[in-house]
Design a protein around this ligand. Structure first.
Ligand code: AMP
Length: 404
């Protein structure tokens, strides 16, 4: 594997796997361009060196080959705008090929001049992409002299363009892009070089989604804070009365096992001592604060309470490494956002005094953005599923293939 920032791309055709899987409204307007914007520094470095950029991405989940709805052509205009936001620089030309392999793709790639960009049509118009088909990967590989993987969001998939393709490039001709490199460095820092105390904050709706990550973190963290809907399965397993709160009854034993293992490994598990409870799952519900293990029938815990906020914030502020995945409550509703917001503020405060903090996973990322704290934490991951699998201890095919 080569290092992206040391590489001079002058005159080279650089095949870059990006994650342009952005949401569109029904008029094909992009409603959130974060994934595109995140990879612009990688593209600009190649262009600044005098290289040619060939971008490939998946887009949505097309079932039957080419479909208008899933065409990447809808993104060309915005890509042009992102690349040409600075009016002082000469405009970067952006071309589109309506196939990701085949004659037109090769001809356009070969016609590109230094400093120009080509976006290929959706990789998933070929079922071979998700199957990790070798012949398809080889055809894609012929489009570039160098392969750059900047798609962390799909690094957990062994697809043709994310993993299999890497074998067709020599070690010095494949590398991570700047986005991917940032993700990998941050994740490795937390998983393998964490300064102690290391606190993992795990929240969200379901225990079943987070069992593997908690088990892996039991080997590494000093403290695990459990909030959100998933906390009530643990509280019930310990004999608490949780009323109508979210609960996975088939996971009660798993929750007890986790609590036992934590004790044996000397990891402190922090469950919310109190909760903001509601008489219905609605923004206009009546609310009260009660101990989390004494919730009346018909009421449900929808946020952590003030005592829990105090205790969790203390633990977080005393940490040197922090990993946060999942909200502390139904933060989408104003009445139940205090827990998530307070935790976000505590993570920001710890970061300001030198802790390394990584926020990963869709809803906690949405939360730090909502509270305008994204630039107050050390790293915000763009790859939800990929980051989760990384912290479950799995090898991500997209990372392994480039490192080989
Ligand atoms: P996840 O995707 O598993 O991280 O879960 C995120 C979702 O969990 C968010 O939409 C939250 O609204 C929801 N959530 C968090 N806390 C609770 C709770 N106490 N009860 C019900 N849903 C919750």
């Amino acid at each position: 594997m080569s290092k992206f920032s040391n590489h001079n791309f002058a005159g080279q055709k650089v095949l870059v796997r990006v994650d342009f899987n952005v949401p569109l409204d029904d008029k094909f307007n992009i409603t959130d361009d974060n994934r595109m914007a995140a990879t612009i520094p990688t593209i600009k470095k190649i262009l600044a060196d005098g290289g040619k950029v060939i971008l490939m991405s998946h887009f949505g989940r097309p079932k039957d080959g080419p479909t208008e709805k899933y065409s990447l052509k809808h993104l060309v205009k915005h890509l042009y705008e992102l690349l040409n936001a600075d009016a002082h620089e000469p405009a970067t030309k952006v071309f589109f090929a309506d196939d990701c392999i085949g004659e037109q793709a090769y001809l356009t790639a070969n016609m590109l001049r230094n400093g120009e960009v080509l976006l290929l049509e959706n990789l998933r118009f070929y079922k071979e992409e998700e199957k990790g088909d070798e012949a398809f990967a080889e055809k894609l590989s012929k489009l570039g002299d160098v392969y750059v993987n900047d798609a962390f969001g799909t690094a957990h998939r062994a697809h043709a363009s994310t993993a299999v393709i890497a074998k067709f490039f020599a070690a010095d001709k494949k590398m991570f892009g700047l986005l991917m490199e940032g993700e990998v460095i941050s994740a490795e820092k937390v998983l393998h070089q964490a300064e102690k105390p290391f606190t993992a904050i795990i929240g969200g709706a379901k225990v079943s989604d987070k069992i593997l990550i908690i088990e892996n973190l039991l080997e590494r963290a000093t403290d695990i804070i459990i909030g959100g809907g998933m906390a009530y399965t643990f509280l019930k397993a310990r004999g608490g009365k949780i009323g109508a709160s979210l609960c996975e009854d088939d996971r009660l034993q798993t929750a007890l096992d986790i609590l036992e293992k934590a004790k044996a490994k000397n990891v402190s598990i922090h469950l919310p001592e109190d909760s903001v409870i509601a008489d219905k799952f609605a923004a206009d519900a009546n609310t009260e604060v009660r101990p989390s293990d004494a919730i009346p029938d018909g009421w449900m815990g929808l946020d952590i309470g003030p005592k829990a906020v105090g205790i969790f914030s203390e633990v977080i502020k005393n940490s040197r490494t922090i990993l946060w995945n999942g909200p502390m409550g139904v933060f989408e509703m104003e009445k139940f956002q205090n827990g998530t917001k307070s935790v976000a503020l505590a993570v920001a405060a710890a970061t300001a005094t030198g802790a390394f903090s990584l926020v990963g996973g869709g809803d906690s990322v949405a939360a730090v953005n909502q509270f305008d704290l994204a630039d107050k934490v050390s790293y915000v991951s763009t790859g939800g599923g990929a980051m989760l699998e990384y912290f479950e201890g799995k090898v991500l095919p997209g990372i392994a293939a480039v490192k080989e």
